[in-house]
Design a binder for this molecule. Structure first.
Ligand code: BMA
Length: 338
């Protein structure tokens, strides 16, 4: 049992390994990483930055697949144990709400969340430049595309797992059309998943150099008795380009634009060979985190070096203690910035 209450489902079959003896870090890597290696399907050269949810007696996932022609697509996959995945060779085929076929020119960095009885998928879509695409499914077979949430340019759309004060809430990171050299996390509300407004800035880049260039929401926030646990990526710029690390923060439950605590130190940074070396070196990019409400075990699914999928583990009590005990808020984090 965890001391901290997790408001969520019990996931008896959550992927897990105990922390190795002698490890003093707050997160630790799965011994069988990466769980998805190069050329995982006939058409996919690399699958990374991908997300999953418990589904049936196993898991369902949405996967960023970069094809051998260089295009970026989202594929669906399923798994009994969360380690070994059966991923479609074809990308998801969408219809819009009128039933007409719809295919984005590109689609990448998907997230997935269950809200009430529907699974919502968010991704970075082409709309004359990147912005947040939205879709939904009930069975991971039929996928309905919804209106794009925003105009360009925007990335890292992440929905909260329930309505807050009666509205859906979506995190996002306004950006530019290239490899954006700036970026903070904002949130927007919607009564209907179509009209988005009441924009607030949640968190800013800065502080320690690992998150000095830009930050973006990662997995769907986890609801706890201490606030929303937000795991995010933080980027710094070095002589060799961007380095993507992982941080964590706690947001106010009823007013999640307010940051309660935010860790000064990263919780994960590229260290393992599959994170430091790949198509894009030095990238750890978490897109999903399963959390078992009974034990507080967390399994984070991370893209590694834009090439692989890997898992890192954490325990909720320890992670929240780490966030609180090395917290450093940045400018405007603790106020409702609008
Ligand atoms: C970002 C996105 C991510 C990618 C990262 C590092 O802009 O494109 O998909 O993992 O760059 O290349």
């Amino acid at each position: 049992m965890s001391k901290i209450k997790v408001i969520g489902e019990s996931i008896k079959n959550i992927p897990w390994e105990d922390k190795p003896a002698g490890c003093t870090d707050v997160t630790w890597r799965h011994s069988g990483n990466p769980i998805i290696k190069r050329n995982p399907t006939k058409r996919s050269s690399r699958i990374f930055n991908s997300a999953l949810v418990p589904y049936g007696d196993g898991f369902a996932g949405v996967f960023r697949s970069d094809h051998r022609d260089g295009g970026m697509y989202i594929h669906v996959g399923s798994s009994k144990d969360g380690f070994k995945w059966d991923i479609d060779d074809e990308e998801i085929k969408w219809v819009d709400e009128s039933g007409a076929l719809y295919q984005p020119n590109y689609a990448y960095d998907p997230r997935v969340v269950k809200i009430e009885d529907t699974y919502y998928i968010m991704w970075c879509t082409d709309f004359g430049g990147p912005t947040i695409g939205l879709g939904k499914t009930k069975d991971f077979k039929k996928f309905i595309r919804l209106e794009n949430a925003f105009i360009p340019f925007n990335r890292n759309g992440v929905l909260f797992p329930r309505k807050i004060n009666g509205n859906y809430v979506l995190l996002s990171r306004p950006s530019d059309t290239g490899h954006t050299p700036f970026g903070d996390i904002f949130l927007s509300e919607s009564p209907d998943m179509t009209y988005w407004g009441k924009h607030r800035r949640v968190m800013t880049r800065g502080g320690g150099s690992w998150q000095g260039t830009k930050i973006g929401a990662g997995p769907i926030p986890i609801e706890t008795s201490e606030g929303w646990l937000l795991i995010y990526h933080g980027v710094c710029f070095t002589c060799n380009g961007f380095v993507y690390s992982t941080g964590a923060a706690l947001l106010d439950i009823d007013r999640p634009s307010k940051v309660l605590y935010r860790c000064r130190d990263f919780i994960l940074t590229p260290e393992a060979p599959y994170e430091t070396t790949g198509f894009v070196d030095n990238v750890v990019f978490p897109c999903a985190a399963l959390c078992d409400a009974d034990t507080g075990r967390i399994a984070m699914y991370c893209g590694a070096a834009d090439t692989y999928v890997s898992i890192a583990y954490a325990q909720i009590d320890e992670l929240i203690d780490y966030i609180k005990s090395n917290s450093q808020l940045l400018y405007g984090d603790d106020v409702e910035f609008r």
